[in-house]
Ligand binder design. Structure first.
Ligand SMILES: [Zn+2]
Length: 227
């Protein structure tokens, strides 16, 4: 299954390259919009293929990314840049509650989706962008861990407390509330128990993007692939 997923990715890339060649040098029948979409996608993949393997946090064991329970917290086909990964400094420094958090640069109003299925246990959406409080949606998983999706825009929650959510379901709209500094999504998975800050974060990898043995590398874009 693992190999299938990876080979599928390569096969799809090969098919896209062939399609792109046909579109660029082939018939007049192709719509120019198709040309644009495919070449944009190729550009994205090309850019991503240069993403190095992240170091992650020292002395940490990571689950196999290919079979990770988590997918990127945005819709398939979307691509965002990681501005701060695990132990990436600032509030994500080693030993901090958010050492295993990942920041994705996202303009205000982008759709944030569930990285893993669960039940919504907390929603805050009263914050105004650029101010406090921090708007967030917290989802509890079947093993008692929590995924926390932070800095959402005002009234940007698309779910209510108590809702069951599927993996990939829309949870909210990104924003710039709380201690954000610039519009981004702060994604962190925290231990069973109390999900309030200062929580204990746990390492996560993502199954529907490029290899990320030690999670995602800061400074690079990651596309959400089919899963
Ligand atoms: Zn962060």
């Amino acid at each position: 299954m693992i190999m299938t997923k990876r080979s599928n990715y390569k096969i799809r890339l090969a098919i896209k390259l062939v399609l792109l060649s046909i579109l660029l040098w082939g018939g007049d029948s192709c719509k120019s919009q198709d040309k644009l979409d495919i070449s944009e996608e190729i550009d994205e993949i090309a850019e991503e293929s240069e993403a190095p393997l992240a170091k992650g946090c020292p002395d940490t064991e990571y689950d196999d990314w290919k079979t990770s329970k988590y997918v990127l917290p945005y819709p398939v086909g979307k691509s965002y840049m990681v501005t701060l990964g695990h132990c990436g400094g600032s509030y994500h420094s080693q030993g901090q509650p958010d050492q295993f958090a990942v920041d994705f640069a996202m303009d205000i109003g982008q759709t944030v989706t569930a990285a893993r299925a669960g039940t919504v246990v907390y929603v805050e959406e009263s914050g105004i962008d650029g101010e406090f409080p921090n708007n967030l949606v917290v989802v509890e998983h079947e093993d008692g861990t929590f995924a926390q999706y932070m800095h959402l825009t005002q009234n940007g929650a698309l779910v209510n407390k108590g809702d069951a959510v599927e993996q990939g379901q829309s949870l909210g709209l990104s924003g710039n509330t709380g201690l954000a500094g610039f519009p981004h999504l702060h994604f962190v998975v925290t231990k069973k128990g109390d999900f309030h800050y200062p929580y204990t974060s746990i390492p996560t990898t993502f199954s529907n993007t490029l290899p990320n043995q030690r999670s995602l590398a800061g400074g690079y874009r990651y596309s959400a692939l089919d899963y």
